[in-house]
Design a protein around this ligand. Structure first.
Ligand SMILES: NC(=O)C1=CN([C@@H]2O[C@H](COP(=O)(O)OP(=O)(O)OC[C@H]3O[C@@H](n4cnc5c(N)ncnc54)[C@H](O)[C@@H]3O)[C@@H](O)[C@H]2O)C=CC1
Ligand SMILES: O=C(O)C(=O)Cc1ccc(O)cc1
Length: 303
């Protein structure tokens, strides 16, 4: 495995990379390209928001910044969509007709089945599409939130389609490897179920518990604010995430998320029952499972 500094001397994966939506994820890719090299010789950032364009130009993390997605896409060897999942379809529709034959379309959306469905009507046989999802992020958004090491040692999940040419998949795989990520291929449906349990449900629970605590304001508001222990603080970090992004994720991974939520509610009910009837063994067993999961997660991250 290459160390981050190795990539500067390697021939770039792409001549021209266009990043559409240089927020947390997009600007982290831009920073990686600039600070570590090996991704692209020329990098163009595109955003519909003039304030984002101005900030990206000020930060100096792209060679060019524009609000004209089609014009930038026409010069790209790879277009990476880093916009909220709810607008992946319309943005793909705007850039695909302009792209050069053989150029690659990729995206970083947190849901896969619905994003692939939204993009598919606009696909061209001569423009390979490689869906990807870096499993890395924070509760912050926008171009100031990104950093070059965001993807270091984190998973990036690829969900290629049957028709996706091998060379295009390998180019996108290499790009993410050079961002420091570990790669895994899976089907879009499997991706959505995995992410529903490890990412989308935890966010749903965090938003909900903060709301529940806030609804109890009369009784507990001072305690929430003054005495919040680290467990509650951990929930508030996740609950600080971007509303547009998470609305889109919840609605576009509806089926898998509702299935995981139903399973969670059954398990929470079982815990409630154990507490009601004083079933010590059940309670201890559940807590021990949690501790084991935490231990193996930490060990895997260190591996
Ligand atoms: N935030 C996270 O932790 C992670 C997010 N993702 C996915 O990455 C994508 C981007 O997320 P973030 O970087 O967090 O979002 P962000 O909010 O930081 O950045 C999104 C950018 O897209 C721009 N944008 C929105 N609509 C646009 C359009 N029609 N044309 C051009 N630009 C447009 C916005 O102005 C903004 O600058 C989402 O699909 C999200 O699901 C994937 C992994 C982690
Ligand atoms: O900040 C956190 O805890 C996250 O879980 C970040 C995150 C958000 C969305 C994704 O699709 C992947 C990672």
């Amino acid at each position: 495995m290459q160390t981050p500094s190795d990539t500067r001397d390697l021939p770039p994966v792409f001549e021209t990379l266009v990043v559409i939506g240089p927020g947390l994820i997009g600007s982290s890719v831009l920073r990686r390209a600039k600070e570590y090299g090996g991704l692209a010789r020329h990098v163009i950032a595109v955003d519909k928001d003039p304030a984002v364009c101005a900030r990206v130009a000020e930060l100096g993390i792209a060679d060019e910044v524009t609000d004209n997605a089609a014009e930038a896409a026409a010069r790209a060897d790879c277009v990476m969509l880093c916009v909220p999942v709810g607008v992946m379809g319309p943005v793909a529709a705007a850039v695909l007709p302009a792209m050069k034959p053989g150029a690659i379309l990729t995206e970083v959306g947190s849901t896969k089945v619905s994003v692939i469905e939204a993009i598919s009507p606009y696909l061209r046989p001569d423009v390979p599409y490689v869906p990807a999802h870096p499993m890395a992020g924070t509760e912050f958004s926008g171009p100031d939130a990104g950093f070059a090491t965001l993807f270091e040692n984190r998973w990036c999940l690829l969900t290629p389609l049957e028709a996706t040419p091998h060379a295009a998949i390998e180019a996108v795989r290499t790009l993410w490897e050079r961002c420091g990520a570990r790669l895994r291929d899976m089907t879009p449906a499997h991706h959505d179920r995995v992410c529903a349990i490890v990412s989308h449900l935890p966010h749903l629970l965090a938003f909900t518990i903060c709301g529940t605590a806030d609804d109890l304001a009369d009784e507990t508001r001072s305690e929430v604010l003054d005495f919040a222990a680290s467990g509650f603080r951990d929930f508030t970090r996740i609950a600080a995430s971007d509303p547009t992004m998470w609305r889109d994720i919840f609605l576009l991974n509806r089926e898998a998320l509702l299935e995981m939520l139903a399973r969670f509610m059954e398990d929470a009910q079982a815990m409630a029952r154990a507490i009601r009837w004083g079933d010590e063994a059940y309670i201890v067993d559940r807590i021990e499972r949690g501790r084991k999961i935490r231990k193996s997660l930490i060990e895997n991250q260190q591996a």
